[in-house]
Write a protein that binds this ligand. Structure first.
Ligand code: PAF
Length: 259
């Protein structure tokens, strides 16, 4: 059995995860649950896009075997109090800007693993740190599940697909391209031989220009900092606010093609 955990408002990126799960497993469960514990008080829980009927039709077409769409009361019943405490993997990047977020993610994914019992679970690599936190959690808690990361699926102009792109006005949607443009510029510099992480980081920040940057970092693929020059691979990872949307993107140079 395969599991694709989602929060719904499905787009082509989610459907690619479902198709990948179908390739790896004969029965694929897709969960749709906007998980309250991973949203902070100032986050977008209330206005997060929801479209269960539309999602179910898309999932039927993509070959999902079953949809699991529990209520908040079913996932967090009366007296429920246990949380998965995350560690160093969850501390930097999004962990600094969204306190408690990864504890909520790790808790709900552990609950989903326990309820559904998949052999394989597929997550998008757009949420690079989330994938690392979930891999760590599954290994540390001995869940018998292979955690698979699927490459980012992009729109025709390169913007990473995200349910939160729905928050963007047409003008903001145009501005959202700066994330992939920043990755492209730094990625090309890496391909041209640049191995100084500070230089690549300066390129990211220069291209992002006036947008509200939460972080724009050049790290080892395991999320640790570089001591000196980059070796053969580096993670370029971004979070920016464009209008009301908080957008993430990343690229592992030396491993993935520059988008
Ligand atoms: O990436 C998401 O949509 C969510 O964080 C996840 C993994 C479904 C947990 O709620």
């Amino acid at each position: 059995m395969g599991l694709v955990p989602t929060m719904g408002a499905l787009h082509e990126g989610h459907l690619a995860l479902v198709r990948e799960a179908r390739r790896l497993a004969s029965f694929v469960v897709v969960s749709i649950f906007v998980n309250p514990t991973q949203f902070g008080p100032n986050d977008d829980f209330a206005r997060y896009p929801r479209d269960l009927d539309g999602d179910v039709s898309k999932l039927e077409a993509a070959g999902a075997s079953a949809v699991f769409a529990p209520s908040a009361g079913a996932m967090y019943g009366p007296g429920e109090e246990t949380r998965v405490r995350v560690g160093a993997t969850a501390a930097p990047l999004c962990g600094l800007f969204r306190p408690g977020h990864f504890e909520g993610v790790a808790t709900v994914v552990a609950k989903l693993f326990a309820l559904v019992g998949p052999c394989v679970a597929v997550f998008g690599r757009k949420d690079y740190q989330q994938l690392a936190v979930i891999r760590r959690m599954a290994e540390d808690l001995f869940f018998p599940v292979v955690v698979v990361g699927h490459p980012i699926v992009r729109e025709a102009d390169g913007v990473a697909m995200s349910s939160r792109n729905a928050y963007l006005s047409p003008e903001e949607r145009g501005r959202a391209r700066v994330l992939v443009e920043a990755l492209r510029a730094a990625g090309r510099a890496f391909e041209g031989g640049e191995r100084n992480p500070a230089v690549l980081q300066a390129i990211l920040r220069r291209v992002l220009g006036g947008e509200v940057i939460e972080y724009a970092e050049v790290l080892r693929p395991d999320l640790g900092p570089f001591e000196g020059a980059i070796g053969d691979r580096a993670l370029l990872v971004l979070a920016c606010r464009v209008g009301k949307a908080r957008l993430l993107d990343n690229l592992v140079v030396g491993e993935e093609a520059v988008p």
